[in-house]
Design a protein around this ligand. Structure first.
Ligand code: ADP
Ligand code: MG
Length: 467
C-alpha cells in the first residue's frame, strides 16, 4: 500500500480497534468512521476529517483519549493534527456502507505527500546541529565517521550492530545523532528512535511501576533504527539489561539497525551480563581518539565559520596548542572568548585569548596527582573500591585493574616502584615492575587497552588540575 509514514499508522489502526470495542456501535460509526489516517512523523500524527464541524466535535469529545491511547501504544507523545478534506459523496457512501476499514486505509493525496517531503520536520529527540556536514573528520575519528555514514545510507545492512566508544567530549553523541538525522531526513518509512541508556532505564523502571510494559516495548521494538547513547550507564542495571537483550534480539532478527555508544571498550564494562556483552561485541566496534593538533585546528575553524566570526590565526593556534583534551573543551574555550569579546565589544586578539583563557591553559604540570586519586579513578572505572585495589585479592577481576593503576602511577607520577608498592597494600617493588611489564605487553596485543589507559589518565589529570 502506498501510504507513507514514520510507522505510526499501525498504532492508529490499533487505537481505532480499541475505540470500537469501548464505544457503542452507533457512537463509533458516527465519529470514527470518517476519520482517516494520513501520515505521521515522530512528533505528530495527521488524520483527515470531512469538515471543520466534524473536526471540532471530534476534538472536543475524543482528542485527549485519542492522544492518551496513542501514547499508550507507541510510547511517544504524538500531537494529533486534523486536516479537512471534503470527501466526494461517493466516498462518504463507501465508508458508510463498508464500515471504518475503508476510511482508515485511505491513501493520501499526492500533492499532500509531495509537500510532506519538502517540509519534513526535524526529528523530535535529535539535535539538529549534529550532522555529518558539521562533523570534522580527522585521523582520530575517520573510521568511526565513515562507518556511521555507511550506516546512515543503508541502515540494517552492513554494520549491525555498531558500537562507537571513546572518552568524554570526543563526538560520540554527535556521530550517533548524525546517523539519526541523516536517516530521518533522507529515508522514508523509517522510524528512528534515539535514547540515552539512562532514559531507557528510567522509562523501563517507570513502565514496570505503572504495570505497563507494552507501551515501552512498542516504542523500542517497532524502531527501524535504534540509537542508544552511553551504554556504560547500564552497568549493574540487571533488569534493564535483560529488557535490552530481548529488544536487541527482536530488532536484530528483523534486520533493524542498532548503534550504541560507550565511554570504553565493551571488554572493560563490569557488571554486564555475558549475553548482552556478546551482543554489543557483535558487528562493528570502532573507537574515537582525542583529536590531533591539525584536527583541533580544523574543528575550531569550522566552529568559527559557523558563528561567522573572524579570529586571528595567532589566537586560534594558541587555543589549539593549549586545549588538547577533547572537542567539548575546545568549544567551551571558544564560547568563553566570544562571550567576553561581545561583552566588552572588542575584537578577539591573541592577547585577549591568553588573558581570558588562562585558567583553561593552566599548565598540566601544575597538578596534584595523588596515589589516592589514581586508585579511586581506576577503581571507579572498574566498579571496584579502592580497598579492593589495595587488598590481597588476586582474582582477575581485581588483579588486572590493580596492574592498570600501578602502571598509570608509574607513568604519570614521580613515585618509585617501591613507593607505589607500598601504596598498594605493601607490595614488593618487583610486583610493581611486573605489573608494568604485563600492561606494556598487553597493550601490544590488545588495541583497546591503550585508549582505556589514556582515558583514565586524562580523567585523573582533569580531576587533579589546580585551578
Ligand atoms: P561525547 O558524546 O563523546 O561526550 P559529543 O558528541 O557530545 O561528545 O561532542 C562534544 C561536542 O564536540 C559537541 O558539541 C560536538 O558537536 C563537538 N564535536 C565532537 N567531535 C566533533 C568533530 N569531529 N567535529 C565537529 N564537532 C565535534
Ligand atoms: Mg555523549
Amino acid at each position: 500500500m502506498a501510504v507513507v509514514d514514520s510507522g505510526y499508522g499501525i498504532f492508529w489502526t490499533e487505537a481505532l480497534n480499541q475505540f470500537q470495542e469501548e464505544l457503542s456501535e452507533q457512537e463509533f460509526t458516527m465519529w470514527f468512521n470518517r476519520i482517516s489516517y494520513l501520515r505521521s512523523d515522530d512528533s505528530r500524527l495527521v488524520v483527515s476529517v470531512p469538515s471543520s464541524f466534524y473536526r471540532d466535535q471530534v476534538k472536543q469529545r475524543y482528542l485527549s483519549s485519542i492522544e492518551e491511547k496513542l501514547f499508550e501504544l507507541s510510547g511517544n507523545k504524538l500531537a494529533i493534527e486534523f486536516e479537512v478534506h471534503k470527501l466526494e459523496t461517493s466516498a462518504i457512501k463507501d465508508s458508510g456502507t463498508n464500515g471504518h476499514k475503508n476510511a482508515r486505509t485511505k491513501v493520501p493525496n499526492p500533492p499532500a505527500e509531495a509537500q510532506r517531503r519538502r517540509t519534513k520536520r526535524p526529528h523530535g529527540s535529535l539535535n539538529r546541529e549534529y550532522t555529518f556536514v558539521n562533523f570534522v573528520i580527522g585521523q582520530n575519528n575517520s573510521f568511526a565517521a565513515n562507518a556511521a555514514m555507511a550506516i546512515a545510507k543503508n541502515p540494517g545492512t552492513a554494520y549491525n550492530p555498531c558500537l562507537i566508544y571513546g572518552g568524554v567530549g570526543l563526538g560520540k553523541t554527535h556521530l550517533v545523532q548524525a546517523i539519526g538525522n541523516a536517516v530521518h531526513k533522507d529515508l522514508d518509512n523509517i522510524k528512528v528512535v534515539y535514547v540515552t541508556a539512562e532514559s531507557f532505564t528510567t522509562e523501563f523502571i517507570q513502565a514496570i511501576r505503572e504495570k505497563n510494559t507494552q507501551r515501552f516495548k512498542n516504542k523500542y521494538r517497532y524502531a527501524d533504527v535504534l540509537l542508544i547513547d552511553d551504554i556504560h550507564f547500564l552497568q549493574k542495571k540487571t533488569e534493564t539489561q535483560e529488557e535490552l537483550f530481548h529488544t536487541f534480539n527482536a530488532l536484530y532478527d528483523a534486520n533493524k539497525q542498532m548503534v550504541f555508544t560507550c565511554d570504553r571498550p565493551v571488554s572493560e564494562l563490569r557488571d554486564l551480563t555475558d549475553r548482552l556483552r556478546s551482543r554489543f561485541e557483535r558487528g562493528l566496534n570502532v573507537d574515537l581518539q582525542p583529536p590531533s593538533y591539525e584536527t583541533r585546528h580544523a574543528i575550531l575553524n569550522k566552529k568559527i565559520e559557523q558563528l561567522t566570526l573572524t579570529i586571528p590565526e595567532e589566537a586560534i593556534s594558541l587555543i589549539c596548542n593549549n586545549v588538547t583534551t577533547n572537542v567539548r573543551d575546545i568549544e567551551a574555550a571558544l564560547t568563553k572568548l566570544v562571550a567576553y569579546a561581545e561583552l566588552v565589544n572588542k575584537n578577539i586578539t591573541a592577547e585577549i585569548t591568553r588573558q581570558q583563557l588562562k585558567d583553561m591553559f593552566a599548565s598540566p604540570k601544575q597538578t596534584n596527582i595523588t596515589m589516592d586519586l589514581i586508585q579511586r579513578t581506576v577503581a571507579d572505572y572498574f566498579n571496584l573500591s579502592s580497598q579492593e585495589l589495595k587488598s590481597k585479592k588476586r582474582t582477575r577481576v581485581v588483579a588486572f585493574p590493580r596492574q592498570v593503576a600501578m602502571y598509570i602511577a608509574r607513568d604519570i607520577t614521580e613515585y618509585s616502584t617501591t613507593e607505589v608498592g607500598l601504596e598498594f597494600g605493601g607490595r614488593d617493588h618487583t610486583t610493581v615492575m611486573h605489573a608494568c611489564q604485563r600492561i606494556d605487553a598487553r597493550m601490544r596485543t590488545d588495541p583497546t587497552l591503550e585508549p582505556t589507559i589514556q582515558y583514565l589518565i586524562r580523567s585523573i589529570k582533569d580531576q587533579s588540575t589546580v585551578r
